[in-house]
Design a protein around this ligand. Sequence first.
Ligand code: BES
Ligand code: MN
Ligand code: MN
Length: 457
Amino acid sequence: MDAIEYAHANQARFLAELIDLLSIPSISAQPEHKPDMKRAATWLCEKLLAAGCPTAEVMPTAGHPVVYAEWLAAGPVAPTILVYGHYDVQPPDPLNEWRTPPFQPAAVGDDLFARGASDDKGQAYVHVKAVEAFKETAGAPPVNVKCIFEGEEEIGSPSLAPFIREHADLLAADVAVISDSHILDKDTPSVVYALRGLTYVEVEVTGPDHDLHSGIYGGAVCNPINALCRMIAKLQDDEGHIAIPGFYDRVRALDADERAELAKAPFDREAWLAEAGVKADWGELGYTIVERTTARPTLDVNGIWGGYIEPGAKTVLPGKAFAKISTRLVPDQDPARITQLIRDYLLEIAPPEVSVEVRSLHSADSAIVRRDSPAMQAAFQAYAEVFGKEPIFERGGGSIPVVATLQKVLGIETILMGFGLPDDRLHSPNEKLHLPNFYKGIETVIHFMEMLPQIEE
Ligand code: BES
Ligand code: MN
Ligand code: MN
């Protein structure tokens, strides 16, 4: 039996194990889930040992632990890959919109519904099972494998850059492989070569030092919610152009070649509208939906609150208002500089009667990876083998902070070997993983590991 046959014969067990992992509510943002983070890390560590890795450990960081494992059985001349994944997930709210509970995985037809099914437990687990398939058939993988699974990706990977700097020798590799993105559709493989960066701030606007009667004081006191809304309205015009001075200064323009290449990927506008659940698209004039969602910077208010939000009416002039605001960045915008520009602008446009505090929650660099490497060639061949079609290059709109960190700190390029689908509802209720992609992902990684040593730089 070869590794592919083994993976095929063991699909049912692989699924049962994934369901186990998905049952652990490893929500990195919520302090009460700290024990679940440890539990998920330990679970993965045990599975890596069982898959044959001679060493696997749960390593502490200032935040949630990193799981590190290695199996360097292929020898010093063989290539070494660094597999990265994240075992943390986003909060599942709003809970009432889930058809089945987020941490009670439910297989319905070809789909497995659970928080983290696609982002990223299901996709990360693909690599563990590929390694196991080699252990049980060939004895060991044909490449040296290092695995790093982090527990803070969904909160901006605050402990990961220090961890990578501190363990640079341990993590040395020829190429990194990350399955944490999606392909175009279930029959059309694609490889993401660019990710957007991000900044995330929380704004606190303070008006009166206590809530006031809006009839007694209204008209003569600046309402912080009104003020915040006027400020937010000035961040962006009606057509999606961001009005923060200097925001576009370093944006790398899309050249005609790249625009032509992005336009080659099949795009079904009606299907996109249905997937997003909107009646029309919106955004920056002069750019296609694909360009706006992957290659152009954006600004979104992620949450806004203050005042009275319980049932019924309360005539209050509140003391405080809050908003969470994030941007998506493209090369060559610098997140630290953009955060400063946002802060400066908000303080400048704030009415003098309120005070404003802007706190940075996290940020991440954008990244563009090399497209002409031998490893990319191996990835393309592996996808073609399993999906029966050469993949298409595309840019991704999301952010994976580690990709730029690996380039900057270790000089390692990444292959974004995604197996999710665009309609997996990442971060939304009813997140799912298309199970045929889970199994095809395992086979694609097996082929990739087999092909990599045969391709020369
Ligand atoms: N896996 C996603 C990013 C992604 C999704 C990349 C689809 C490409 C295609 C990742 O887990 C994610 O959600 N990242 C966060 C990063 C942030 C919290 C720093 C994001 O993009 O919001
Ligand atoms: Mn992810
Ligand atoms: Mn995510």
